[in-house]
Design a protein around this ligand. Sequence first.
Ligand code: X90
Length: 283
Amino acid sequence: MKYGIVVDSGCDLRLLEGDDENLIYRQAPLSLRLDESEWVDDNGLDTKIFMREMAKCTRSGSAAPGPEDWCRFYMEAEEIFAITITGTLSGSYNSAAAARQMVMDKYPNKKIFLLDSKSTGPEMTLLVYKIRECVRKGMTFEEITEEITMYHRKTRLLFVLESLDNLVKNGRVSKIRGIMAGVLGIRILGRASEEGTLEILKKCRGKQGAYDKLVQQMAEDGYQGTKVVISHCFQEEMAQYLCDLLRKRFPACQTEIMPTSGLCSYYAEQGGILVGYDICSGE
Ligand code: X90
Protein backbone atom coordinates (compact mmCIF):
# COMPACT_ATOMS: atom_id res chain seq x y z
CA MET A 1 0.00 0.00 0.00
CA LYS A 2 1.22 3.48 -0.80
CA TYR A 3 -0.22 5.66 1.99
CA GLY A 4 -1.11 4.90 5.58
CA ILE A 5 -2.85 7.09 8.13
CA VAL A 6 -2.27 5.74 11.63
CA VAL A 7 -3.90 7.24 14.72
CA ASP A 8 -4.52 5.96 18.23
CA SER A 9 -7.97 5.51 19.71
CA GLY A 10 -7.81 9.04 21.11
CA CYS A 11 -9.31 9.67 17.67
CA ASP A 12 -12.99 8.68 17.61
CA LEU A 13 -13.02 7.72 13.94
CA ARG A 14 -13.22 3.91 13.69
CA LEU A 15 -13.30 3.62 9.90
CA LEU A 16 -12.31 6.03 7.19
CA GLU A 17 -15.02 5.70 4.60
CA GLY A 18 -14.57 6.29 0.89
CA ASP A 19 -12.88 3.99 -1.59
CA ASP A 20 -9.33 5.21 -1.63
CA GLU A 21 -7.40 2.37 -3.21
CA ASN A 22 -3.99 3.72 -2.30
CA LEU A 23 -4.73 4.52 1.35
CA ILE A 24 -5.19 2.50 4.53
CA TYR A 25 -6.45 3.81 7.87
CA ARG A 26 -5.42 2.15 11.13
CA GLN A 27 -6.14 2.86 14.79
CA ALA A 28 -3.72 1.75 17.52
CA PRO A 29 -5.99 0.98 20.48
CA LEU A 30 -5.42 2.29 23.97
CA SER A 31 -6.54 -0.10 26.66
CA LEU A 32 -8.94 0.57 29.47
CA ARG A 33 -9.02 -1.15 32.81
CA LEU A 34 -12.09 -1.58 35.00
CA ASP A 35 -11.08 -3.28 38.26
CA GLU A 36 -9.46 -6.53 37.05
CA SER A 37 -10.81 -6.55 33.51
CA GLU A 38 -9.10 -5.11 30.48
CA TRP A 39 -10.95 -3.58 27.54
CA VAL A 40 -9.25 -2.98 24.22
CA ASP A 41 -10.46 0.22 22.59
CA ASP A 42 -10.93 -1.04 19.05
CA ASN A 43 -13.82 -1.69 16.69
CA GLY A 44 -15.01 -4.55 18.83
CA LEU A 45 -15.59 -2.44 21.94
CA ASP A 46 -19.24 -2.08 22.92
CA THR A 47 -19.15 1.36 24.51
CA LYS A 48 -22.59 0.97 26.04
CA ILE A 49 -21.60 -2.15 27.95
CA PHE A 50 -18.26 -0.61 28.80
CA MET A 51 -19.91 2.51 30.30
CA ARG A 52 -22.33 0.35 32.26
CA GLU A 53 -19.48 -1.67 33.77
CA MET A 54 -17.51 1.50 34.42
CA ALA A 55 -20.32 2.88 36.56
CA LYS A 56 -20.05 -0.23 38.78
CA CYS A 57 -16.29 -0.52 39.15
CA THR A 58 -14.13 0.87 41.93
CA ARG A 59 -10.77 1.27 40.21
CA SER A 60 -10.11 2.14 36.60
CA GLY A 61 -7.52 3.54 34.27
CA SER A 62 -6.15 3.71 30.75
CA ALA A 63 -2.92 2.73 29.07
CA ALA A 64 -1.29 3.89 25.85
CA PRO A 65 -0.47 1.52 23.00
CA GLY A 66 3.10 0.20 23.06
CA PRO A 67 5.72 0.83 20.33
CA GLU A 68 5.05 -2.63 18.87
CA ASP A 69 1.45 -1.64 18.09
CA TRP A 70 2.60 1.42 16.18
CA CYS A 71 5.40 -0.54 14.44
CA ARG A 72 2.98 -3.08 13.07
CA PHE A 73 0.87 -0.40 11.41
CA TYR A 74 3.86 1.60 10.17
CA MET A 75 4.89 -1.49 8.19
CA GLU A 76 1.61 -1.66 6.32
CA ALA A 77 2.26 1.23 3.92
CA GLU A 78 5.18 3.00 2.28
CA GLU A 79 4.38 6.54 3.43
CA ILE A 80 2.95 6.93 6.89
CA PHE A 81 1.15 9.83 8.53
CA ALA A 82 0.76 9.12 12.24
CA ILE A 83 -1.16 11.25 14.72
CA THR A 84 -1.38 10.73 18.47
CA ILE A 85 -3.54 11.95 21.30
CA THR A 86 -1.86 14.75 23.30
CA GLY A 87 1.59 13.63 24.42
CA THR A 88 1.27 15.94 27.42
CA LEU A 89 -1.33 13.64 28.97
CA SER A 90 -0.56 10.27 27.39
CA GLY A 91 2.42 8.05 26.66
CA SER A 92 1.03 7.26 23.22
CA TYR A 93 3.21 9.86 21.49
CA ASN A 94 6.37 8.43 23.11
CA SER A 95 5.42 4.93 21.96
CA ALA A 96 4.75 6.19 18.45
CA ALA A 97 8.09 8.04 18.40
CA ALA A 98 10.03 5.02 19.69
CA ALA A 99 8.35 2.88 17.04
CA ARG A 100 9.27 5.40 14.36
CA GLN A 101 12.92 5.25 15.45
CA MET A 102 12.92 1.44 15.40
CA VAL A 103 11.46 1.28 11.91
CA MET A 104 13.71 4.05 10.56
CA ASP A 105 16.83 2.32 11.92
CA LYS A 106 15.93 -0.77 9.98
CA TYR A 107 14.57 0.94 6.86
CA PRO A 108 16.30 4.32 6.50
CA ASN A 109 14.32 5.23 3.38
CA LYS A 110 10.95 4.73 5.00
CA LYS A 111 8.77 7.82 5.31
CA ILE A 112 6.99 8.36 8.61
CA PHE A 113 5.53 11.69 9.64
CA LEU A 114 4.52 11.77 13.29
CA LEU A 115 2.39 14.51 14.79
CA ASP A 116 1.42 15.08 18.41
CA SER A 117 -2.12 16.44 18.04
CA LYS A 118 -1.89 18.11 21.51
CA SER A 119 -5.56 17.25 21.49
CA THR A 120 -7.86 14.30 20.96
CA GLY A 121 -11.19 13.17 19.47
CA PRO A 122 -12.66 15.35 16.73
CA GLU A 123 -9.56 17.50 16.27
CA MET A 124 -7.67 14.33 15.34
CA THR A 125 -10.50 13.41 12.97
CA LEU A 126 -10.15 16.75 11.17
CA LEU A 127 -6.43 16.12 10.72
CA VAL A 128 -7.18 12.66 9.29
CA TYR A 129 -9.64 14.16 6.80
CA LYS A 130 -7.09 16.77 5.77
CA ILE A 131 -4.44 14.10 5.11
CA ARG A 132 -6.88 12.16 2.96
CA GLU A 133 -7.75 15.31 1.04
CA CYS A 134 -4.04 15.91 0.35
CA VAL A 135 -3.52 12.29 -0.74
CA ARG A 136 -6.48 12.58 -3.11
CA LYS A 137 -4.96 15.73 -4.61
CA GLY A 138 -1.83 13.74 -5.41
CA MET A 139 0.47 15.83 -3.21
CA THR A 140 3.93 14.48 -2.32
CA PHE A 141 4.85 13.25 1.16
CA GLU A 142 6.78 16.45 1.87
CA GLU A 143 3.95 18.66 0.63
CA ILE A 144 1.46 16.79 2.77
CA THR A 145 3.54 17.06 5.95
CA GLU A 146 3.91 20.79 5.37
CA GLU A 147 0.20 21.24 4.73
CA ILE A 148 -0.77 19.23 7.82
CA THR A 149 1.65 21.14 10.04
CA MET A 150 0.07 24.38 8.86
CA TYR A 151 -3.47 23.12 9.16
CA HIS A 152 -2.79 21.89 12.71
CA ARG A 153 -2.06 25.47 13.77
CA LYS A 154 -5.64 26.31 12.89
CA THR A 155 -7.51 23.37 14.36
CA ARG A 156 -9.10 23.60 17.80
CA LEU A 157 -10.97 21.43 20.29
CA LEU A 158 -13.66 22.57 22.71
CA PHE A 159 -15.63 20.31 25.00
CA VAL A 160 -18.56 20.29 27.41
CA LEU A 161 -18.33 17.75 30.22
CA GLU A 162 -20.73 16.86 33.00
CA SER A 163 -18.10 15.17 35.12
CA LEU A 164 -14.34 15.36 35.42
CA ASP A 165 -14.15 12.38 37.79
CA ASN A 166 -12.05 10.07 35.66
CA LEU A 167 -9.78 12.88 34.53
CA VAL A 168 -9.14 13.93 38.13
CA LYS A 169 -8.80 10.37 39.45
CA ASN A 170 -6.19 9.57 36.84
CA GLY A 171 -4.28 12.79 37.41
CA ARG A 172 -5.01 14.31 33.98
CA VAL A 173 -6.49 17.46 35.49
CA SER A 174 -5.73 18.92 38.89
CA LYS A 175 -8.09 18.25 41.77
CA ILE A 176 -8.57 21.92 42.50
CA ARG A 177 -9.63 22.70 38.97
CA GLY A 178 -11.85 19.67 38.73
CA ILE A 179 -13.54 20.29 42.02
CA MET A 180 -16.78 21.96 40.91
CA ALA A 181 -17.51 19.37 38.29
CA GLY A 182 -19.14 16.98 40.69
CA VAL A 183 -21.85 19.49 41.48
CA LEU A 184 -25.12 18.46 39.91
CA GLY A 185 -26.32 20.52 36.98
CA ILE A 186 -22.93 22.13 36.37
CA ARG A 187 -21.38 21.68 32.98
CA ILE A 188 -17.77 22.45 32.26
CA LEU A 189 -16.79 24.21 29.06
CA GLY A 190 -13.14 23.72 28.28
CA ARG A 191 -10.58 23.39 25.55
CA ALA A 192 -7.39 21.63 24.62
CA SER A 193 -4.73 24.23 25.41
CA GLU A 194 -1.81 24.94 23.11
CA GLU A 195 0.38 22.80 25.36
CA GLY A 196 -2.02 19.89 25.03
CA THR A 197 -3.57 20.06 28.45
CA LEU A 198 -7.14 20.42 29.53
CA GLU A 199 -8.08 24.03 30.12
CA ILE A 200 -11.30 24.95 31.88
CA LEU A 201 -12.96 28.04 30.46
CA LYS A 202 -16.34 28.26 32.19
CA LYS A 203 -18.61 26.50 34.59
CA CYS A 204 -22.13 26.70 33.30
CA ARG A 205 -25.49 26.10 34.92
CA GLY A 206 -28.65 25.07 33.13
CA LYS A 207 -29.28 22.57 30.41
CA GLN A 208 -28.22 24.53 27.35
CA GLY A 209 -26.02 27.40 28.51
CA ALA A 210 -22.78 25.55 27.99
CA TYR A 211 -23.52 24.83 24.32
CA ASP A 212 -24.47 28.45 23.64
CA LYS A 213 -21.18 29.50 25.21
CA LEU A 214 -19.31 26.93 23.18
CA VAL A 215 -20.65 28.40 19.93
CA GLN A 216 -19.80 31.86 21.20
CA GLN A 217 -16.25 30.70 21.94
CA MET A 218 -15.89 29.25 18.43
CA ALA A 219 -16.91 32.58 16.94
CA GLU A 220 -14.44 34.43 19.17
CA ASP A 221 -11.68 32.05 18.12
CA GLY A 222 -12.33 32.96 14.50
CA TYR A 223 -14.35 30.01 13.29
CA GLN A 224 -15.93 30.97 9.98
CA GLY A 225 -18.37 28.20 9.22
CA THR A 226 -16.28 25.40 7.74
CA LYS A 227 -16.21 21.74 8.77
CA VAL A 228 -17.11 20.85 12.37
CA VAL A 229 -16.81 17.38 13.86
CA ILE A 230 -18.75 16.61 17.02
CA SER A 231 -18.32 13.47 19.09
CA HIS A 232 -20.52 12.66 22.04
CA CYS A 233 -20.80 10.10 24.77
CA PHE A 234 -24.47 9.08 24.72
CA GLN A 235 -25.54 12.68 24.28
CA GLU A 236 -27.07 12.56 20.78
CA GLU A 237 -29.80 15.06 21.57
CA MET A 238 -27.47 17.80 22.74
CA ALA A 239 -25.06 17.08 19.85
CA GLN A 240 -28.02 17.69 17.55
CA TYR A 241 -28.97 20.84 19.45
CA LEU A 242 -25.41 22.08 19.02
CA CYS A 243 -25.58 21.42 15.27
CA ASP A 244 -28.79 23.46 15.05
CA LEU A 245 -27.14 26.32 16.92
CA LEU A 246 -24.15 26.18 14.60
CA ARG A 247 -26.29 26.15 11.47
CA LYS A 248 -28.22 29.16 12.67
CA ARG A 249 -25.10 31.16 13.30
CA PHE A 250 -22.92 29.79 10.47
CA PRO A 251 -25.29 28.70 7.68
CA ALA A 252 -22.45 27.29 5.53
CA CYS A 253 -21.01 25.01 8.20
CA GLN A 254 -20.80 21.28 7.55
CA THR A 255 -21.37 19.24 10.66
CA GLU A 256 -20.67 15.61 11.36
CA ILE A 257 -21.70 13.79 14.52
CA MET A 258 -20.16 10.55 15.75
CA PRO A 259 -19.93 8.58 19.00
CA THR A 260 -16.82 8.97 21.15
CA SER A 261 -14.18 6.22 21.09
CA GLY A 262 -13.83 4.10 24.21
CA LEU A 263 -10.97 6.23 25.48
CA CYS A 264 -12.83 9.51 24.95
CA SER A 265 -15.97 7.96 26.47
CA TYR A 266 -14.01 6.92 29.52
CA TYR A 267 -12.61 10.41 30.12
CA ALA A 268 -15.41 12.60 28.75
CA GLU A 269 -17.94 10.36 30.54
CA GLN A 270 -21.68 10.05 30.01
CA GLY A 271 -23.07 13.25 28.52
CA GLY A 272 -19.72 14.61 27.34
CA ILE A 273 -19.40 16.37 23.99
CA LEU A 274 -16.22 17.20 22.07
CA VAL A 275 -16.10 19.65 19.16
CA GLY A 276 -13.31 19.94 16.60
CA TYR A 277 -13.20 22.87 14.18
CA ASP A 278 -10.77 25.02 12.29
CA ILE A 279 -10.31 28.72 12.03
CA CYS A 280 -9.30 28.72 8.37
CA SER A 281 -11.16 31.25 6.30
CA GLY A 282 -12.48 30.59 2.84
CA GLU A 283 -11.46 26.92 2.62
O1 X90 B 1 -2.19 7.21 27.91
C1 X90 B 1 -3.31 7.16 28.44
O2 X90 B 1 -3.58 6.36 29.32
C2 X90 B 1 -4.39 8.11 27.94
C3 X90 B 1 -4.56 9.35 28.71
C4 X90 B 1 -5.50 10.33 28.05
C5 X90 B 1 -5.91 11.49 28.92
C6 X90 B 1 -6.78 12.54 28.29
C7 X90 B 1 -7.99 12.05 27.56
C8 X90 B 1 -9.02 13.10 27.28
C9 X90 B 1 -10.25 12.54 26.60
C10 X90 B 1 -11.68 14.45 27.51
C11 X90 B 1 -11.95 15.84 27.13
C12 X90 B 1 -10.98 16.53 26.22
C13 X90 B 1 -9.66 16.91 26.85
C14 X90 B 1 -8.65 17.51 25.89
C15 X90 B 1 -7.30 17.64 26.47
C16 X90 B 1 -6.21 17.92 25.50
C17 X90 B 1 -11.40 13.48 26.39
